[in-house]
Design a protein. Structure first.
Length: 191
């Protein structure tokens, strides 16, 4: 596992310098999570962000009554974190679970924030990343979940997640769409 994959991904958002790369590389620790293992536990105060090098994870929560709800999937080349809880130092409302054996590069968020304060290029990466994934991508999803039918949400899911669909179970997809596996089967069969 090389840091090259990580920094190639970072540079898609902003061209950080070699000096900044070296400073950030000093924070990176490789870790392997087995299928079903938690990267973040619901109720825990998370301290790290994890870059998915290989594997797949999902972010979920369990309402007091009802079935697990999957909020987000983290495939390769994505940062997996309970972002608001990590940023505020509060307990996470979500768990992040490995769907398959997953290798990550983790880094401590408070140490990273110090880099953001001292390296303008890392700060610009951070702003661009947050804007794309936690604002631009998130808003249309929230609107769709309030206004679109389950069948429409499923069609959108097929388009936006086609690269990971073969790696998911039907219950993962149903949970993400906010429906039961039986409802999903009906949508798929067109009944």
């Amino acid at each position: 596992m090389s840091h090259a994959q990580f920094f190639q991904h970072v540079r898609r958002y902003y061209p950080i310098t070699t000096e900044s790369e070296q400073a950030w590389a000093g924070l990176l620790k490789e870790k392997m999570y087995r299928k079903g293992e938690l990267l973040v536990t619901e109720g825990q105060v998370p301290r790290k962000f994890a870059f998915i090098c290989s594997g797949l994870a999902y972010q979920s929560f369990l309402p007091p009554e009802g079935e697990m709800i999957i909020k987000y999937f983290f495939p390769e080349n994505r940062l997996a974190a309970s972002v608001s809880a990590t940023m505020t130092g509060t307990a996470s409302n979500f768990a992040i679970t490995a769907i398959e054996h997953t290798t990550v590069l983790e880094y401590d968020f408070s140490a990273f924030r110090k880099l953001v304060d001292t390296h303008q290029d890392i700060a610009l990466f951070y702003i661009n990343y947050l804007e794309k994934h936690w604002v631009v991508e998130k808003e249309p999803l929230e609107i769709a979940f309030r206004s679109d039918t389950a069948a429409t949400r499923y069609q959108q899911f097929l388009l936006s997640h086609e690269h990971i669909i073969p790696r998911l179970k039907k219950y993962h997809i149903a949970s993400y769409l906010g429906i039961t596996p039986t409802q999903l089967s009906r949508i798929i069969s067109g009944k």
